[in-house]
Design a protein around this ligand. Structure first.
Ligand SMILES: [Zn+2]
Length: 259
């Protein structure tokens, strides 16, 4: 018996369907508790057999501009989580099932947040999902050192194709901004702020530089002199060395991992 609404799946792969159902249920309470949500939220899931089928079917369902690297997504348009079944023996460049479990959880955070707050800026939804999926937890010092070498962008640019570029990784910036807010104003106030458009606008004004300054101070990292340095001089943090780097919105390799 499945707990969530599987709107599409291949009955031949019922074992993996059940696995996804379990992954969605396993840490659901953690997400609901984070948002102080008490009502039951069921996930609407489309589960395709392969990553190719996922992209193809999303296009058929009318979603435009699906990036070639897309591997899992939460669609605001029809309130669904869209997934595929990773291979049992994937190559190094393909998703393995363990990593994909984190992707499933990450998408479920987007689903819950959208159910409660509706559409919100990408840096906010990605930041919250990254905090909850814990991928960067405990790596804040390394993150801030990396961010100090970025050519910093404006918060408004952390969206769509310019969310990750060769100059910065928007996922890491978003994580640090949300972490900063949670550490400084606390979760309860954070929820109040993100629930009110005016408050959110106010807080997001200088959030990016403030967060960077906060983590540089916290970890005693000297960051300012590296900031906005010519990205060609930054070592191997971002892999643009052999590429041209004058196109600001160029999609980074990092984008491939976006979920
Ligand atoms: Zn995401």
């Amino acid at each position: 018996m499945l707990k969530n609404n599987f709107l599409y799946y291949n009955p031949q792969h019922l074992d993996y369907v059940q696995h996804v159902d379990l992954v969605l249920e396993r840490r659901k309470k953690e997400i609901l508790d984070f948002f102080n949500e008490t009502k039951e939220i069921k996930f609407n899931v489309y589960l395709y057999d392969t990553i190719e089928e996922l992209r193809e079917k999303l296009t058929e369902r009318g979603f435009k501009d699906i990036p070639s690297y897309m591997s899992a997504c939460m669609k605001d348009e029809d309130n669904s989580i869209n997934l595929f079944i990773p291979k049992e023996n994937p190559s190094e460049t393909e998703w393995n099932r363990e990593e994909y479990d984190t992707a499933i959880f990450h998408e479920s955070v987007h689903f819950v947040q959208f159910n409660i707050f509706g559409q919100q800026p990408e840096w906010l939804t990605e930041g919250v999902a990254k905090v909850l999926d814990k991928e960067y937890e405990g790596q804040e010092k390394q993150l801030i050192e990396e961010v100090n070498c970025y050519k910093i962008t404006k918060i408004e640019e952390l969206s769509g194709k310019t969310f990750c570029t060769d100059f910065y990784n928007g996922e890491k910036l978003s994580y640090l901004m949300i972490k900063y807010l949670l550490e400084t104003i606390g979760r309860e106030k954070f929820l109040k702020v993100i629930g009110k458009k005016e408050l959110l606008e106010e807080v997001s004004k200088d959030l990016l530089p403030k967060s960077i300054e906060y983590f540089n101070k916290k970890y005693d990292v000297k960051g300012l002199e590296n900031r906005n340095k010519n990205p060609a001089e930054t070592k191997d943090l971002i892999s643009f060395a052999s590429k041209e780097y004058d196109e600001k919105s160029k999609i980074s390799e990092e984008n491939k991992k976006r979920i």
